[in-house]
Design a protein around this ligand. Structure first.
Ligand SMILES: Cc1ncc(COP(=O)(O)O)c(C=O)c1O
Ligand SMILES: N[C@@H](CCCC[NH3+])C(=O)O
Length: 418
């Protein structure tokens, strides 16, 4: 799955001992493997090889580091962005504007205008209101906006409720039953080239069944819209394919995913678009941390590490599991809770879990931290933003510096009337 493996009793990132990187850059630090990113990108594309026309747009939100985007651009990926900031990052990585899909439920007027002027390839419209606004901006500028209408298929994704997006009660897309009528109205607007439909039912899906159900519904909708005389040339099937977070967990393979897509969508006569995020980046990264101390608790010891919920928010936000492994395993295990230094109990990475025995000063990693890791970091408790490192064979580079609290402090002002 990845290039983070033990050799001679210590954990490596590709050809480099993780301890060496930690020594040079400090901890906590995110480490990404270029070889893993490339392999995931290749395997994703290979799974889709039986489809006649495919566009893969990497979901930048999962890991917006420009070096990561550049690796994926070189693998032929465009970008799926949800803000002007993400669009700027994709462009900075050299991804051509026409390979960018602009998604997101709250694109501002400023973002719509800017993206239109930049020439992004497709806007995924989240509402009729957004479509009307965008068409108006485009028509006034003498431009045409290529668009797909995001539809909420009302399908249960079977993932954590906070990252499920395809049920009727979620804020995303237009209601399935109203989609044909909205499509018809938007398609007639000057400035609008409404060329497709888009769907994305959630993230970290463990089964292909909900995706298959959603795609089936989209196919039926596409036929109904075509029957009204509209042309549909693009279908954006979103992202969402899940990854194993626990050793030994079994997930559908990308080959299975590709076969399912081919079975359901092969004869649609469209360019199929994909927005994978986690499946590309999740297992391409780890968060390295140092054990500050091991503190005795009533039920089990607390391993207090120097990473915290501000660095990796997923456990606190979604009760997510990240495997915890010692960089130099001592050969035995113990039951412990792994916690960060932040002043709330949600700053817990593992509760009473059997883990590698560690002691103060030991290095360890949280695995599967390449997606929705650094990008969701913040400076709670006035902690620094964690640096990021990209490894390629025997080389590594710091691809995002540690941002110290002083830098943030320097941006603050105390008014002179205080
Ligand atoms: C519209 C859209 N596309 C793509 C993604 C990427 O999802 P994932 O990282 O699960 O592949 C998301 C996140 O869920 C999303 O909201
Ligand atoms: N941030 C979420 C995924 C959100 C997907 C965004 N559409 C996670 O870490 O699992």
């Amino acid at each position: 799955m990845d290039h983070f493996d033990y050799r001679n009793g210590e954990l490596y990132a590709e050809e480099l001992p993780i301890a060496r990187i930690a020594e040079e850059v400090g901890t906590p630090v995110y480490i990404y493997s270029r070889a893993t990113l490339e392999r995931h990108a290749r395997v994703f594309r290979d799974g889709l090889k039986d489809l006649p026309s495919v566009h893969c747009a990497f979901a930048v939100k999962s890991n917006p580091n420009v070096a990561v985007l550049k690796v994926l651009k070189e693998q032929g990926f465009g970008a799926d962005v949800v803000s002007e900031g993400e669009m700027r990052r994709a462009l900075a990585a050299g991804i051509p504007a026409e390979d960018i899909v602009f998604s997101g439920v709250g694109k501002t007027r400023h973002e719509l205008t800017h993206a239109l002027e930049a020439g992004v390839g497709q806007f995924n419209l989240e509402s009729e209101e957004e479509g009307v606004e965008l068409a108006g901006i485009a028509a006034r500028k003498g431009l045409t906006a290529n668009c797909a209408l995001r539809v909420n298929p009302d399908v249960e994704a079977g993932t954590h409720e906070k990252i499920s997006t395809g049920k009727a009660e979620n804020k995303f897309g237009v209601p399935y039953d109203r989609a044909a009528e909205i499509f018809d109205r938007l398609a007639r607007l000057p400035g609008m080239n409404l060329r497709g439909l888009a769907v994305h039912i959630g993230s970290q899906l463990q089964s292909l069944d909900p995706l298959e159900a959603a795609f089936g519904r989209m196919g039926a909708l596409m036929e109904a819209i075509r029957a009204e005389g509209h042309h549909i040339t693009h279908m954006d099937l979103g992202g969402g394919v899940g990854v194993p977070y626990k050793q030994g967990e079994v997930f559908p393979s990308l080959e299975d995913y590709g076969a399912m897509v081919a079975r359901v969508c092969k004869d649609w006569g469209v360019t199929l678009m994909f927005e994978p995020g986690r499946v590309i980046t999740g297992n391409s990264g780890v968060l390295v941390t140092e054990v500050i101390r091991v503190k005795q608790g009533v039920h089990s010891p607390f391993v207090v590490v120097d990473a915290a919920m501000n660095d990796l928010a997923r456990p606190a936000m979604y009760d997510a599991w990240h495997d915890f492994q010692a960089v130099h395993p001592r050969g035995d295990h113990f039951i412990a809770s792994v916690v960060g230094p932040i002043c709330e109990s949600s700053d817990t990475f593992a509760k009473n879990r059997e883990i590698d025995r560690v002691e103060a000063g030991d290095l360890a990693v949280f695995r599967t931290a390449g997606a929705y890791g650094a990008t969701m970091a913040n400076t709670y408790n006035s902690r620094p933003l964690v640096p990021e490192v990209l490894v390629s064979g025997e080389k590594f580079a710091v691809v995002a510096d540690r941002i110290e609290p002083e830098t943030i402090l320097a941006a603050e002002r105390v008014p002179d009337w205080l």
